[in-house]
Design a protein around this ligand. Structure first.
Ligand code: MN
Length: 254
């Protein structure tokens, strides 16, 4: 089995090295990952610049682009054969709730899914002193479960590890996305040439801990596995809005 491993933290990140190492016990691993930090680039694709690929060692490629570029490149031609699965991560930081809409890690799994390759994204929910020992302890079982139960078309897995030591982990919860409460602030400062610049920052976001959510799973000390679907249509609204009188006809044209 051919396994493509990518991430958004860059090819040199500790998390991707661990993911590639553990995945190697399940198949032939090829790493195709961004050369640089690409966190929060979401599903961006590079269309107006060439992509350079540097094979930093055999089966390990650094790409001058986004996570989505990496998956697209790997599936559509960089590799002699397309991968059977795409694994993204292990992200340094959580991807829960609305984080998934910003995440390059998750977008790589989305790109794999759109290309018809079963995909999963992995993240560890800490900002510093990350417990990769917990990832090493539990990732093999998760990978085995994923390979034995590949998600159906247009769905993928989003997995978060609590940033706790292995002995504190209390199990797995299959969850749905909860709701983040972001504390973003925009800081305005003046550069050395007298011009203003802005920097998005703020305190660590908080979240509702409703039962069944990814946030609750981690708060309970459990690994969170969230199956996500790429069907974006809101069929309820579509049905309701089709009954509306839209009042746009010949007579109302400007
Ligand atoms: Mn990241």
């Amino acid at each position: 089995m051919r396994i493509l491993v990518t991430n958004d933290d860059g090819v040199r990140a500790e998390g991707i090295a661990i993911l590639a190492e553990i995945a190697a016990s399940f198949g032939e691993v090829t790493v195709v990952a961004p050369a640089d930090q690409q966190s929060a680039t979401s599903h961006a694709i590079t269309l107006h610049n060439p992509l350079r690929v540097d094979e930093v060692e055999p089966r390990r490629h650094a790409v001058s682009g986004t996570p989505t570029d990496c998956v697209l490149l790997a599936v559509k031609g960089l590799l002699p054969d397309p991968p059977d699965i795409v694994l993204s991560g292990v992200n340094h930081g959580p991807n829960m709730g609305a984080d998934v809409t910003y995440s390059g890690t998750v977008a790589a799994a989305i790109e794999g899914t759109l290309l018809g390759v079963p995909s999963a994204a992995f993240s560890i929910a800490g900002r510093s002193k990350l417990h990769f020992d917990t990832v090493r302890r539990f990732l093999p079982a998760l990978l085995k479960k994923f390979l034995d139960n590949r998600p159906p078309a247009l769905t993928y897995w989003n997995v978060n590890f609590p940033n706790l030591p292995p002995e504190k982990i209390r199990g797995v919860q299959v969850s749905h996305l909860g709701h983040r409460i972001y504390q973003d602030t925009v800081v305005r400062k003046i550069d050395p040439r007298g011009k203003p610049y802005y920097w998005i920052g703020g305190d660590e976001p908080t979240a509702d801990l409703d039962p069944g959510t990814d946030f609750r799973a981690l708060d309970d000390g459990c690994l969170s596995v969230t199956p996500l679907h790429l069907e974006l249509n809101d069929f309820e609204s579509i049905a309701r809005m089709r009954t509306w009188e839209w009042e746009i006809d010949e007579g109302n044209r400007p």
